[in-house]
Design a protein around this ligand. Structure first.
Ligand SMILES: Cc1ncc(C[n+]2csc(CCOP(=O)(O)OP(=O)(O)O)c2C)c(N)n1
Ligand SMILES: [Mg+2]
Length: 667
């Protein structure tokens, strides 16, 4: 125990300078990284982590902790320094010394799941702010469901770049609308970005912008610790989310580079480094924090422990069933009844196979599943009647009223996907969003991060091909399936009928460590699965739907989604011409391609002719059909017309598939 008088001598400046010097020395050691932001934001972080933030450094995953998001992930050393100083057990000096090196827990930008205490992966500017909106919404929704056992704030540091990115507008607009008053954003208002002063490319008044979006917003001196604390207290009392624009100096303490873009991301070099040590009155060796300063920080890291203990006690006080449900939700386990609910519905669908669009099938699935999955959140970016994601069990979320489970995100695909990610990393909910598949491009950066983070974030993307018809090529995805399949650790499900839609939803919901999208049709599809199977056939990624009849298969036809029924028709035509063909449904190519060679080969089969059918581009299909396989699909953009005409026009028809097979047989 440090003597009280020793602690009393440690000043705010010394504590903030500890952050600054760790950042500078780590960047110097790595000869790479971004010292400017941690130096500029150190005062904000010091006030927040020593006086406000509810956390326990020893238990960074404590569920009711305040969330802290460094949206400008390039300032990662700020986080790593804070984790070390406050005493997070994994973050050692050795890790700081290995900043940006292979295998360290101090990568260039903060990575969720990689480093304990990192709430979300940031680096692509604007994403963290978008995530934080989802975290703040998740907190309120869980509070509405479980009461005061969920009661925390979400704090964000956002840089100029975060606020210049378009996603920031979507994020702050929905947060302001929903009155997420526990969301508090510090703008690291240093007027500098990489190219130079912000005046090169920006003249936005951020305070006015946020105010116009229904935020509480004001300016302070970001180096004045008393002002920072006052601002936070004021923000906590607000009934709106708050922007605290903190005027800061990038590279605070650097003798020649402070306040300039040169402070952003260059190692300091010996002279600037020595000058910084002098300016900050820091005569200590690199990575050495004098004991009194470290003690003061460690004490701050323990500050929240009594609150955590009190929270644990309160958790024990909950009625046993409520507590068990809350703990299940936090673990992310599905309810024990989930499998039975799926099986029962599957039986019903097999008993009464109907021709419906898979978007409609998905709604039917959600009607049933959402009832027994209280953690499931649905929503749409203003395409609710098209995406079919609104069901009875998911009433609407409204401003200041969070007991619902449906989010009207507005026309904000990117903000939606980033917030969905934030809800997923918050825990306790299984979030999903929705739009048209073609607009997955509008949220792709967030989709990519969901895959990198390995989180259960789900998007429902309907209108998944030329099958949407009259809206034309602007709305008809052609390359999107391939583009989404290219993202590692990301599942693209394209079910062919009601039963497959149910199976794909089941897989998406059961996959805890990867995001999924469901690509669904606008147009009606005939059922392809007419018999009940307890086993989830889609779980194989691809499976034989119809075997060859009349001898060994000469042709294997592989298809996904809306083209599966078309493949079945082609099989019939071929059969009439004496050619035995089998059909393999491919609801999830990524799962299939993960299977070992033998399992894949079994499904791919021995037929000499392989045909892929998908109303999209060929890219990716060669892994199944081979380079010499036949592909019936799109080679360019679509067109505006009734969808049946389009299928004919682009020659994606049973006859075209059969003809191609016959030609190859004869050729
Ligand atoms: C989406 C995205 N675009 C570009 C970058 C590259 N980049 C990193 S930091 C930065 C801007 C730096 O300015 P600011 O955000 O004000 O940070 P500061 O220099 O003040 O630390 C840019 C363009 C990025 N990380 N993410
Ligand atoms: Mg800046």
């Amino acid at each position: 125990m440090a003597a009280p008088e020793t602690e009393a001598k440690v000043t705010h400046d010394e504590m903030a300078n500890a952050i600054r010097m760790l950042a500078v020395d780590a960047v110097d050691k790595a000869q790479s990284g971004h010292p400017g932001l941690p130096m500029g934001a150190a005062d904000i972080a010091t006030v927040l982590f020593t006086k406000v933030l509810k956390y326990d450094a020893a238990e960074p995953g404590w569920p009711d902790r305040d969330r802290f998001v460094l949206s400008c992930g390039h300032g990662s050393m700020l986080l790593y320094a804070l984790l070390y100083l406050t005493g997070e057990p994994h973050m050692t000096v050795a890790e700081l010394e290995r900043f940006r090196q292979l295998g360290s827990i101090t990568p260039g930008h903060p990575e969720y799941h990689h480093t304990p205490g990192i709430e979300t992966t940031t680096g692509p500017l604007g994403q963290g702010l978008g995530n934080a909106v989802g975290m703040a919404l998740a907190e309120r929704m869980l509070n509405a469901q479980f009461g005061e056992i969920v009661d925390h704030h979400t704090y964000v540091i956002a840089s100029d770049g975060d606020l210049m990115e378009g996603i920031s507008q979507e994020a702050i607009a929905i947060a302001g609308h929903l009155r997420l008053s526990r969301l508090i954003v510090f703008h690291d208002d240093n007027h500098v970005s990489i190219d130079g002063p912000l005046s090169l490319a920006d003249s936005v008044d951020q305070v006015k912008r946020f105010q116009a979006c229904n935020w509480n917003a004001f300016r302070i001196d970001g180096h004045d610790q008393a002002a920072i604390l006052r601002a936070i207290r004021k923000a906590q009392r607000s009934d709106k989310p708050t922007l605290i624009a903190c005027k800061t100096t990038i590279g605070f303490g650097m003798p020649t580079r402070a306040g300039t873009s040169k402070a952003h991301s260059e190692p300091l070099g010996p002279d600037e480094l020595a000058g910084t040590r002098r300016n900050l009155n820091w005569p200590y060796e690199p990575f050495v924090i004098p004991e009194p300063i470290l003690n003061a920080w460690r004490k701050a890291g323990r500050r929240g422990r009594p609150r955590r203990k009190a929270w644990l006690a309160a958790l024990q006080q909950l009625p046993a069933a409520t507590r068990a449900e809350f703990e299940r939700r936090l673990r992310g386990d599905l309810p024990a009844s989930f499998g039975d609910v799926v099986t029962e519905l599957k039986r019903k669908l097999a008993d009464d196979p109907a021709a419906v669009a898979t978007r409609k099938a998905s709604q039917g699935v959600l009607e049933v599943l959402a009832k027994s999955l209280p953690e499931l959140v649905t929503g749409s970016a203003d395409l609710t009647p098209s995406n079919n994601t609104k069901v009875a069990a998911t009433p609407e979320i409204k401003p200041s009223s969070y007991a619902g489970r449906y989010v009207h995100w507005g026309i904000r695909e990117h903000g939606m996907a980033a917030a969905v990610n934030g809800m997923a990393v918050h825990g306790g909910l299984i979030p999903s969003g929705a739009s048209f598949l073609t607009f997955s491009d509008y949220c792709r950066p967030a989709l990519r991060l969901s895959a990198l983070m390995g989180i259960r974030a789900i998007e429902v993307f309907t209108h998944d091909s030329i099958g949407l018809g009259e809206d034309g090529p602007t709305h008809q995805p052609v390359e999107h399936l391939a583009a989404l399949r290219a993202i590692p650790n990301f599942f693209v499900f394209r079910p062919a009928d009601q039963t497959e839609t149910l199976e794909c939803w089941q897989l998406a919901l059961e996959t805890k460590n990867a995001p999924s999208i469901l690509a669904l049709t606008r147009q009606s599809l005939p059922p392809v699965r007419r018999t009940f199977s307890a086993e989830n056939l889609c779980a194989a990624g691809a499976y034989e739907l119809a075997p060859a009849d009349g001898g060994p298969a000469k042709v294997s036809i592989f298809a996904s989604g809306s083209e599966v029924s078309l493949a079945l028709e082609a099989r019939q035509i071929l059969s009439g011409r004496g050619i035995a063909a089998r059909v393999v449904s491919v609801p999830c190519m990524e799962i299939f391609l993960q299977k070992n060679g033998a399992a894949r080969q079994k499904v791919i089969g021995e037929a000499p002719i392989r045909i892929g059918v998908e109303a999209g581009v060929r890219q990716g299909w060669d892994a199944i059909i081979g380079e010499d396989g036949i592909f019936v699909g799109m080679t360019g953009f679509g067109a505006s017309a009734p969808y049946k005409d389009l299928y004919k026009h682009f020659k994606i028809t049973p006859e075209a598939v059969a003809d191609a097979a016959v030609r190859r047989c004869e050729g």
